[in-house]
Write a protein that binds this ligand. Structure first.
Ligand code: OAD
Length: 240
């Protein structure tokens, strides 16, 4: 009941917005069957991120890292966008200025039909050669790990690991869009990884209306304008 009232109020705010920015995290893909990182058996509860998501871990054991990513690539290839991803596509059509920033590497926003997705943490479907530096999209199942580039160099997934820089200009573009927005939607992120999580205090300081959607509270929940507690595949369509 409380959530329903809050959704109605948040909907009004959204209806009047001319510029909307959105930040998504692993939770938006949870209902597509993709595990999150920090909740409910998420990856970092059973795996060491130091081994699997750092350049040092990759240098130590590229095969192990690739096994982890190849398993995730297969799970993601089988996944379909859910009602939450689709609601964001609909929202983009309704508003004059719309920016979608994601920490997800799964490509499900693209698959749903979102345009110009700002992928802060890269893209699991792009591979990069450590020798020639060439990047290309590759969705095939790699049988031999680590896979090789045609130049003979070792390939890595073009994702951002801990300790690495974000894609050039991505956080600057996201910051600008968030600070200029009327409404900032924060969906399915634990808001624990920076600089992505830093977009939330930027929005709050700029007096942008912040709507958070998450079944669990985060460190920012008490500061946002609306905390809509629940799964995004239910709350996002209801909000629209
Ligand atoms: P986390 O796993 O840290 O957080 C997922 C969030 O989604 C949690 O707050 C959950 O409560 C919420 N959640 C779970 N199910 C949901 C649902 N059905 N609908 C909405 N929300 C739901 O994932 P991120 O915040 O995305 O980076 O993590 C950020 C980064 O940390 C990732 O991009 C990844 C990870 O390490 C790298 O690998 C560099």
């Amino acid at each position: 009941m409380l959530v329903t009232t809050q959704i109605q109020q948040a909907r009004k705010v959204l209806l009047h917005a001319r510029s909307i920015a959105v930040l998504t995290g692993a939770g938006v893909s949870a209902e597509s069957g993709i595990p999150t990182f920090r909740t409910n058996g998420g990856y970092w509860q059973t795996h060491r991120f130091e081994d699997l998501a750092t350049p040092e871990g990759f240098a130590r054991n590229p095969k192990l890292v690739w096994e982890f990513y190849e398993e995730r690539r297969r799970a993601m290839a089988a996944a379909k966008p859910n009602a939450g991803h689709l609601a964001l596509v609909e929202l983009e059509k309704r508003v004059r200025t719309f920016t979608l920033v994601t920490q997800n590497i799964d490509g499900l926003h693209d698959a749903a039909g979102s345009r110009n997705v700002n992928k802060l943490h890269g893209d699991i479907w792009i591979v990069r050669c450590l020798d020639c530096g060439k990047e290309r999209e590759d969705r095939t199942k790699f049988e031999i790990l680590p896979p090789k580039c045609e130049c003979g160099g070792m390939l890595r997934p073009a994702v951002v690991w801990f300790g690495e820089m974000l894609p050039e200009g991505s956080i600057e573009r996201a910051t600008g869009a968030v600070a200029r927005a009327d409404v900032f939607l924060v969906v399915g992120t634990s808001a624990r990884v920076f600089p992505a999580a830093g977009l939330i205090p930027i929005a709050i300081a700029a007096k942008v209306k912040v709507i958070e959607i998450n079944p669990e509270v985060t460190d920012f929940s008490s500061e946002v304008d609306f905390m809509l507690k629940g799964p995004s595949a239910e709350i996002l369509p209801a909000l629209l």
